[in-house]
Design a protein around this ligand. Structure first.
Ligand SMILES: Nc1ncnc2c1ncn2[C@@H]1O[C@H](COP(=O)(O)OP(=O)(O)OP(=O)(O)O)[C@@H](O)[C@H]1O
Length: 244
């Protein structure tokens, strides 16, 4: 399984990763990709270590106009959901701590939303699976029209919202996982601030931390049209969420 933050993965000079592709005249050639990793964690690390290596360093940056995305990629049953699930709660604890100490009285607010992409469609996991529309604005930013956002100030409220969303999420069974995620679930922690730092004006987005629990990447032969649509939609979304 690969867990990554798009904030931190920066391509560098081509190295050894090999992928066979076809040229227009159908001759095969090896595609070369290079990636720079900030950290490589082995299978013995705890979820706490995963958090402190990957997400914790990004948390203070979302108060400074940063949008970051954390996602897990891997085969069904490899532990993506297991690894991703504790991260938003830990991040919320740190965000609220920063809001109550370093950024005390600066008008920052924390908002939570949670939705899934399933069968090429978007559903609000915190609003009775209401079907939502995805639109791109003039700045090529993806907007989920009608997505319910909750303003929160306590970790317990966030925990309840996440549990509610997880209970509503689409799951199925695969050969490797009895409770396999059939959808991509996206949980967003948005930092907002009102223009004059008070409560009187509507708050504007400052930064955002998105957690994406991708559905398992099974063999191509298992891939249905629904899965392909879901993958295409989520690829657009992930790229856009991260500002890439
Ligand atoms: N590090 C771990 N320690 C103990 N149990 C684990 C660990 N990682 C995963 N598991 C268990 O393995 C099973 C499959 O894990 P999980 O559902 O996270 O996989 P997944 O990659 O999200 O699968 P899918 O893509 O099918 O949703 C679960 O029962 C989970 O509790």
């Amino acid at each position: 399984m690969l867990i990554g933050s798009l904030c931190d993965l920066v391509p560098v000079s081509p190295q050894k990763s090999n992928l066979l592709s076809l040229q227009v005249d159908l001759t095969e050639y090896v595609e070369k990709h290079g990636f720079l990793f900030d950290a490589v964690l082995n299978e013995d690390v705890s979820n706490e270590e995963v958090y402190s290596e990957t997400v914790e360093p990004i948390v203070p940056l979302i108060f400074q106009r940063t949008k970051a995305t954390c996602f897990a990629y891997g085969q069904t049953g490899s532990g993506k959901t297991y690894t991703m699930q504790p991260l938003p709660i830990k991040a919320s604890q740190d965000i609220l701590r920063l809001m109550h100490h370093r950024h005390w009285n600066q008008g920052f607010q924390l908002h939570v939303s949670f939705f899934e992409i399933y069968g090429g469609k978007v559903f609000d996991l915190l609003n009775d699976r209401k079907k939502l529309c995805m639109r791109e604005d003039g700045k090529q930013q993806v907007c989920i029209v009608g997505l319910q956002e909750y303003r929160v100030s306590h970790v317990e409220t966030i925990r309840e919202l996440i549990e509610k969303g997880n209970a509503t999420r689409s799951t199925g069974t695969t050969g490797a996982n009895e409770e396999s995620s059939r959808s991509h679930a996206i949980l967003q922690l948005a930092i907002k601030r009102s223009a004059d730092g008070s409560e009187s004006k509507p708050a504007r987005l400052v930064g955002k931390l998105s957690f994406i629990d991708l559905a398992g990447s099974e063999r191509g032969a298992d891939t249905t049209d629904n899965d392909k649509q879901t993958r295409y939609l989520s690829r657009c979304l992930i790229t856009s969420l991260s500002g890439y």
